[in-house]
Design a protein around this ligand. Sequence first.
Ligand SMILES: Cc1cc2nc3c(=O)[nH]c(=O)nc-3n(C[C@H](O)[C@H](O)[C@H](O)COP(=O)(O)OP(=O)(O)OC[C@H]3O[C@@H](n4cnc5c(N)ncnc54)[C@H](O)[C@@H]3O)c2cc1C
Length: 226
Amino acid sequence: MIVKLLAYTPNADRVCAAAARSCYSENPSGTLVDTMKNPAKMLSSVVAMGHHSVIEHAVFTFSVEGVSRSLTHQLVRHRVASFSQQSQRYVSLNEPTYVIPDTIKDNPEAKKLYEDLMIQIWDTYGKLESLGILAEDARYVLPNGCTTNITVTMNARELMHFFTLRCCTRAQKEIRDMADEMLRQCKEVCPVIFAYAGPACVRGPCPEGEKSCGHSRRKEFIQVEE
Ligand SMILES: Cc1cc2nc3c(=O)[nH]c(=O)nc-3n(C[C@H](O)[C@H](O)[C@H](O)COP(=O)(O)OP(=O)(O)OC[C@H]3O[C@@H](n4cnc5c(N)ncnc54)[C@H](O)[C@@H]3O)c2cc1C
């Protein structure tokens, strides 16, 4: 899997802080963005109070490469986001290309079963294409594990929500690895907005009840001094 932050709102922490301050100021955000003192303090306190509409002004675009269609099926359930995904209608997947989940990779017998089936699937896919069947119909035999590339854009408010659900140990490992990496890259460019981003246990009690993993991941995610 390769996760790459392609583009993001420049000075996002400062832009969102200015937007927040402009609600309580005679001055517009256009002035405040350059003049306001201590934008980090302003932004941290509004975000901590739950006034998350101001962080919708910050937008992030990621390229995600080599993940499974299982992952992207979960990803596109997040409706407040924009997606562009490699098409299995227009791109022929001539060579076997698939993700092997770690649990299968670590079990030699399961791995062999899995890989043998993948060879069989791609053999059938190729034979269907050679019979003149279009890729858009031949793809019906392809597995959930088939790799794909997707571009995803989310604003910071949606990302915070996404990280809450998908950095949690309840999320499946593959999408959790992707979400953890997205968050790591977001924190690099916007340390204030994402200071308390991560699963719910980073900010308070776990809401998962009896399904809870029972461990707070706060120390893994929060780097700010407390
Ligand atoms: C551990 C885990 C297990 C899951 N298991 C299943 C499963 O078994 N089956 C299944 O179908 N899904 C499952 N899901 C997917 C889950 O139900 C959500 O569809 C997905 O996580 C997107 O979350 P969301 O709807 O909160 O967020 P988004 O679509 O990202 O929306 C963000 C927020 O915007 C608001 N919003 C968006 N659209 C609307 C709307 N139409 N009306 C009102 N408010 C809206 C809500 O406040 C929402 O939380 C699972 C998710 C997780 C994390």
